[in-house]
Design a binder for this molecule. Sequence first.
Ligand code: ZZB
Length: 261
Amino acid sequence: QDYTGIKMKVLEWSKPAQDALAQYADALNGKTVYLVAATLRPETMYGQTNCFVGPDLKYGIYQVNDTDAFLCTERAARNMSQQKIFASTEIIKLADIKGSPIVGTKIHAPMSVYPSVYVLPMETVLATKGTGVVTSVPSDSPDDFATLSDLKKKPEYYNIEAAWVEGFEPIPIIETPNYGNLIAPKLCEIKKINSQKDKNQLAEAKEIAYKEAFYQGVMCYGEFSGVKVQDAKPKVREALLKSGEAFVYNEPESLVMSRSG
Ligand code: ZZB
């Protein structure tokens, strides 16, 4: 898979993350840390409202160079190292941290309408895919919309502060002929998706959302407003790569494919 690695700069660690990372203070000193998300939809980055981590997943903070470090799974760090994304040939892990304390961390999501967004929990984040960090675009991803809606309904249950989700609404990014400009909320309504646990309906909705946006979608936000998604996608990606806010991240798919196949 040819992913775009999105660099989400940490602006302020949550209190639990500060506590968890205190023991690594020397290693992290002077480093800017980015949560990195692997996406197939760079053209939707304007609509990022938050990012997701798996609360029970294990993450590491890996040195990129003298100034930068990436937070992702160890598996992703190994892939990155093979793709020469790190300055050093060896993998340098600066810290270990679980997903749950990262929740509540304030980050900057490149191109997002919202200047800063929060890290939130998502039970269905796969450790075996991408970086284990998922950027969230509830306008165009049914999984993201369903999860964000769950969190808004029951912040106490999910152990989050209401302020981390309040006011972060889906933004119209792509106009589609059959589902309007907020395709994910629309599909969740049509498919009667009530929570992130409605797996089968969510899988169907995702399939439709991918196809509809790619083959029939037209951008209705940002620099490429009015441009077909097919044409805008590589252009937005190029802009992100050029500004240094993203990088090319590839994933060998063989294992996952053979298991599901
Ligand atoms: C932003 C985005 C916006 C995404 C969208 C999708 C959509 P897929 O769906 O299997 O082809 N993702 C990445 N890593 C993980 C993970 N570890 N666990 C769970 N989800 C993950 O895989 C690619 C997409 O799945 C990625 O693209 C990411 O969400 C998510 F509007 O990034 B995407 C209709 C989908 N729309």
